[in-house]
Structures are given as C-alpha cells and as structure tokens.
Design a protein around this ligand. Structure first.
Ligand SMILES: [Zn+2]
Length: 422
C-alpha cells in the first residue's frame, strides 16, 4: 500500500482549500456501498467527489489517478453519527450539572475541538449534533471552524440550544431563589413561534424539542408539551424548510411527537406495539441511544455482566426489540458525549447486543439510514457517483463483527485525507 505519512496528511487537511484536485482509485478487498457488500470493487475519487464505483473490470480509471491498493481492508461511506453532543464529555469525568453550570462556553468549545477531531479520526465524517446543553450556539461556531478548514472535524448538522417547556428541564434542585441557567431554552404556547424562529436565525439546521422529561411526581418521564404546542413548533419549523426532532421516552410523548410531525424520535425507552406501528406509518426514524443508557448505569455502579440489569437497561432492551421486530427504521445515534467521542461504534455494538440487529442492518444504520434522516441521501451515506468523497477504510469485514469498524486505518472527508495508516 502506498501511504504518505499520517502527519503530512493531517497537515494537508488544514490546507485543504489550497489542495490541487487529486484523483484516486481505491482497491480494497470489499466495498460496502451503503446498501450491500461487494467483493472486487474499485472506487474512483476526483477532487471532492466520488466519480465511479463498481467491479474493477467495468470501471475506467482516469490515467493520472493515484492507485491505492488496500489489501485486507473494507471501504465504506464515511460513517454518520445521528445523535451527538460535541459540547459534552462523559459524566463519570464531570457530571452534567457541573459542565452546564460551572464551565464557560469558551472552555467547553475548546474541549469540543478535540471531541470533533476524535470523532473524525474514528471514521465519522458527519454528525447530527442534538444540542449544546447550555453552551449557547457554540455548535454553530464549531461547525463554521470545521467548514473553513481551521480545525479537523466531522461535517456538522446542528440543533443549537434546543427547546424545553418551562419547569421541566434541568439543572434542578437548586435554591429556587436563584435563577439557574438551563441546558436548553424554555418556551411555551405562542412564544414557541418566536423561539423556533430565533433558534433558526442563529444557526439551527433543524429544531430539537424535549417532548417529555423526567418531571413526573415520582421522577418518571412525563410529556412536557401539549400536542397543540408540538404541532405549532412543527409548523413553524417546516415553513423554514427544516424538520423537527423530538426527545421522547414515554409512550404518550412519542405519540404526540409523531402526530405533530417529528421525523425522528430520540431515546424511546417505552416503545410498545402501537407506537412502533405509528412510527412506521409516519416514516419516523428511531434513535434508541442504547449506549447512553448502558454507560450512565455503569457510571452509577452497575457491574455489567455480574449484577442484575437495572430497570432502564431492561426497558431499553424491550423497547428496542419491539421496534426491531416491527420493522421500524432505526438509525445509529448513541447520545455520544455521555460516553467518549470517538467511541461512536459502541452504539452499533449495543444495537446488536440489546436488539439483535446485525451485519448489513447495522452498517446501513450508520450510513444510508442516517443520510436519509438528515435529508442528505444525495450527498453522503453511500458510495456512488456524484456523492461527496467521504470514505473510511477498516481492517477486516464489519459484517462478520461490527467491532471491526473500530479498526479504522483511513479517513477521507470531501476528498481530503485525514487519516492514513498501515
Ligand atoms: Zn442527547
């Protein structure tokens, strides 16, 4: 394999705008094109685009192309994280309240630049970031710095501050004489019109709403917005050409979110048969965020494999199994940030462990399913002519074991190589 040292390539990434148009022909053992696995395929990249992909004999490579043999490797579309928080880091290092209340937006953004780099190096070339949790519009700034080639990171689709109802969201439990800054922006009733528009004006690519939160009398998840409020949010969001995304765990909040027009449901801890069918009827994509539940319960002392499974883990298993059995569209979105950035594949491993998903279905969840959920299926998520040259190569065959996706040796985003190892 003809490889240029990693350092040079990382440096090249910073000078990406000045790079001459280069042409590549990749010859891995197999290519996952976003739908199926193909042996003996080659992929051609010219500049920032994929220009050809198919069986070696059928592809005419340009004469000036740099041929890259990739023995033993699988080439895939750049992976897509469906639910990240680049402005957060694991709660076993610093709890959520402290990150939100005691860390400045500047400090958090500096940390986030490292999270962005780690995400890209793990093969995730795009993330849908679901809220800064108290760091204002730092996600919009981070996205800009990445797009301008100032720092390495994934392409970002961002929510900004996200919306919660008054009284529902945290941090909580402080002296009520104090005004405590929330992890998202509170709004209710007709004021939601102004807040949705304000968030869009400040850079939100979609609108994220907490349709429920754990504010029941026993701390259980209860709806936080009425159906009418959610419909209003959806109407205002849609008229700007954007879409609505809802955090929802309880069956009632999921029902309201789906009926109001939310395109994706985040968490969904209590999916039943009826909700699963409703999701299918309304073409909703489900993000189970299994890894967040798994990590949080371990932070709380659960010894996985030894102790009995805590209730949230049992609920998640049941919910995911019902969704899988019903044929709900399920994307990869781990709520990464709760666990370390760059460990995004953990979610896919647990989608297998908790829900019995495997092989191509897991790879599709990380590529084509997520590209569609982001309304970007004509730009990313597949290896076919005309799409952006986002490519990842891993050792081995990830349909045999999804953990092979951790063995990343090559990362290209829009034709720029960020990682290249033997
Ligand atoms: Zn989240």
């Amino acid at each position: 394999m003809k490889f240029i040292p990693t350092l040079c390539l990382v440096l090249a990434a910073f000078a990406s705008l000045a790079q001459p148009k280069s042409t590549w022909v990749f010859q891995p053992d197999r290519v996952f094109d976003g739908t199926d696995m193909h042996e003996g395929w080659v992929v051609v990249v010219e500049g920032n685009q994929i220009t050809a992909a198919g069986p070696k004999a059928s592809v005419n490579a340009p004469k000036d192309a740099q041929v890259v043999a990739m023995p033993g490797l699988t080439l895939l579309p750049g992976l897509i994280e469906g639910h990240s928080h680049l402005l957060l880091y694991p709660y076993n290092i610093t709890d959520w309240d402290t990150q939100v209340l005691k860390e400045s937006d500047s400090y958090r953004t500096v940390r986030a630049t490292v999270h962005a780099r780690n995400t890209l190096m793990a093969g995730f070339t795009t993330v849908r970031d679901l809220g800064t949790e108290g760091a204002g519009y730092s996600d919009v700034a981070l996205k800009r710095a990445i797009n301008e080639g100032i720092i390495p990171g994934p392409r970002m689709i961002v929510a900004g501050r996200a919306i919660v109802s008054t009284g529902s969201y945290g941090p909580k439990g402080y002296d009520t004489d104090q005004t405590i800054m929330l992890g998202a922006e509170a709004a209710d009733g007709n004021d939601l019109i102004r807040v949705v528009r304000d968030q869009i004006g400040k850079g939100a690519d979609f609108v994220k709403v907490y349709a429920d939160y754990r504010w029941g009398t026993k701390g259980e998840d209860q709806p936080s917005f009425t159906l009418e409020e959610l419909k209003l949010i959806n109407e205002v969001t849609r008229s700007s050409g954007r879409y609505l995304v809802c955090h929802a765990k309880s069956t009632e909040a999921m029902r309201r979110a789906i009926l109001a027009g939310a395109e994706t449901i985040e968490h969904g801890d209590f999916i039943d048969e009826e909700i699963a069918q409703l999701m299918k009827q309304h073409n909703v994509t489900f993000y189970p965020t299994v890894a967040a539940i798994d990590a949080i319960n371990q932070y709380r002392g659960w010894k996985k494999g030894k102790d009995e499974e805590p209730a949230p883990v049992k609920n998640k298993k049941k919910s995911l199994s019902i969704a899988v059995k019903a044929g709900v569209t399920i994307g990869l979105g781990g709520d990464v940030g709760v666990f370390p950035h760059g460990e995004n594949v953990y979610e896919l491993e647990l989608m297998g462990e908790y829900g019995g998903m495997k092989g191509l279905d897991l790879l599709r969840a990380a590529t084509t399913v997520n590209a569609r959920a982001l309304h970007m299926e004509n730009e990313i998520g597949s290896i076919r002519p005309g799409l952006k040259a986002d490519l990842v190569a891993v050792k081995g065959d990830p349909t045999k074991s999804i953990s092979e996706l951790r063995k990343v040796v090559f990362v290209m985003k829009e034709g720029v190589v960020y990682r290249n190892e033997k």
